[in-house]
Ligand binder design. Structure first.
Ligand code: FAD
Length: 410
């Protein structure tokens, strides 16, 4: 006996329940629209993903009405950024110097973020979240995307909607299904992540970047009392790293952070607790076609520098929802045309802000790979100049961190 796939209808069908998809869904259901989110994973428990939230992202979470709950559930506020080169400090920035309502980055575990966004959305009638459902294809009508097919553990299904949103992340399959070409640019490094208990006396309110020639590591305070470490390896260099054994990994980190030796050797006894982030950026020429739009990493994958990925994912969701508000209230044939125009406006509005972050990150990526004595000295000089000039800090860091919120007293 053949069973026909159950068909649901929604105003908007979102593929992917990450930060972009859930922020969009929350904003839309608050405005009274019907949204179905399809998420292939059955749970929100991701580790080593998007915990660093930039100040604009924090501001937006407040706008979305979830910041207070996130604070109750546990997060860390980061007050400063310190960069050292060959063991010597070259830059220290106190985020308190910036004049914005939310001036501090925060470390928010991604499972907590996703649970909080989805619970806030679930307070509204129009919200449906189907977990364990992988989107397998697009439904099209005369060149217009009108829905998706999906498959879960039991049987396949369909969702028909006025708009399909691909919020399916850095390896977006929906982008390919929609025929929207992407340029993927691999960068020179990959990053290996691991996590340790934070030793006593290790300031939990500092981001630390430690450089030594062409080697570097980020040390990020992590809720509740850990430190996340991300260190660079050459692109595709995991096999070689592993070949050198775990002792070589210990020595590698100890060279940059000798004070972490104890917890490092106690906690990281094998490769199981490590994960590799393939560093690349993705640029997409056209973010939409009739009936479908890309948001978040699917539209623009960034590098981990300055925690920009989640930030832009959230802002995408919020911006798109604002632009769709009136079009989704229209009826008849006008609705389709208005929605598609809103999609073009969305790309116009977001592309520039993403480019600013990407350009800053790419400059940093290049600086991180410098190895020669002269180049390293020039890099240190630049960081020192940045560290000693408040105006320069405002220009450089301010451009990445404060694109959205109004300046206080401006
Ligand atoms: C190891 C690592 C560390 C990172 N650290 C940081 C950080 O500290 N700060 C920061 O800002 N950013 C960080 N990022 C980047 C950040 O995680 C992303 O930029 C952000 O999560 C993008 O949000 P998104 O909603 O666009 O995509 P994602 O968070 O990737 O969400 C996409 C969702 O779509 C689902 N999905 C995919 N395909 C399908 C399908 N066919 N059907 C149904 N569902 C599907 C996935 O399961 C996933 O839940 C990190 C990324 C990685 C990999």
């Amino acid at each position: 006996m053949t069973t026909t796939a159950p068909t649901r209808t929604a105003d908007v069908c979102v593929v992917g329940g990450g930060p972009a998809g859930l922020a969009l869904a929350l904003c839309l259901v608050r405005d009274g629209h019907r949204v179905t989110v399809l998420e292939q994973s059955a749970r929100f428990d991701r580790s080593f993903r998007g915990e660093s939230m930039s100040p604009d992202g924090v501001w937006l979470l407040d706008e979305l009405g979830v910041l207070a709950t996130l604070r109750e559930r546990g997060l860390l506020t980061v007050e400063r950024l310190e960069i050292s080169e060959g063991g010597r400090p070259v830059l220290r920035t106190e985020f308190d110097r910036f004049r914005y309502a939310q001036r501090f980055p925060m470390e928010i575990p991604q499972p907590t973020l996703l649970r909080t966004l989805s619970e806030a959305a679930a307070e509204h009638d129009g919200f449906t979240l189907l977990r364990g459902q992988k989107v397998t294809g697009l439904i099209e009508d005369d060149g217009v995307v009108t829905g998706v097919t999906h498959r879960g553990p039991d049987r396949p299904g369909e969702v028909r909607a006025d708009l399909v949103v691909a919020a399916d992340g850095r390896y977006s399959k929906v982008r390919g299904m929609a025929g929207l070409p992407a340029t993927v640019r691999p960068l020179e490094r990959d990053v290996v992540w691991l996590r340790l208990p934070r030793p006593d006396g290790w300031d939990p309110a500092s981001y630390r970047i430690r450089l030594d020639g062409d080697r570097h590591a980020l040390f990020i305070p992590t809720h509740p009392d850990d430190v996340r470490i991300g260190f660079n390896i050459p692109k595709g260099g995991l096999r070689e790293l592993r070949g050198d054994g775990i002792e070589a990994l210990h020595r590698r980190i100890e060279a940059l952070a000798p004070e972490l030796s104890g917890p490092l050797r106690e906690t990281v006894t094998g490769w199981a607790g490590t994960t590799v982030l393939d560093i690349f950026t993705t640029e997409v020429e056209r973010w939409s076609r009739p009936g479908l739009v890309l948001v978040g990493d699917a539209a623009h994958t960034l590098t981990p520098i300055l925690g920009q990925g989640v930030n832009h994912a959230l802002i995408d969701g919020w911006t798109l929802a604002g632009l769709l508000e009136a079009p989704l209230r229209a009826t008849g044939g006008r609705r389709r045309a208005l929605v598609d125009t809103a999609l073009l406006r969305f790309q116009d509005r977001r592309r520039r802000a993403v480019r600013i972050s990407r350009d800053l990150q790419l400059r940093q990526e290049r600086a991180f790979t410098l190895g020669g004595r002269v180049a390293v000295a020039a890099r240190s000089g630049l960081y020192r100049a940045l560290g000693s000039s408040g105006r320069l800090q405002e220009r450089v860091l301010g451009r990445a961190y404060f694109q959205l919120q109004p300046q206080l007293g401006a």
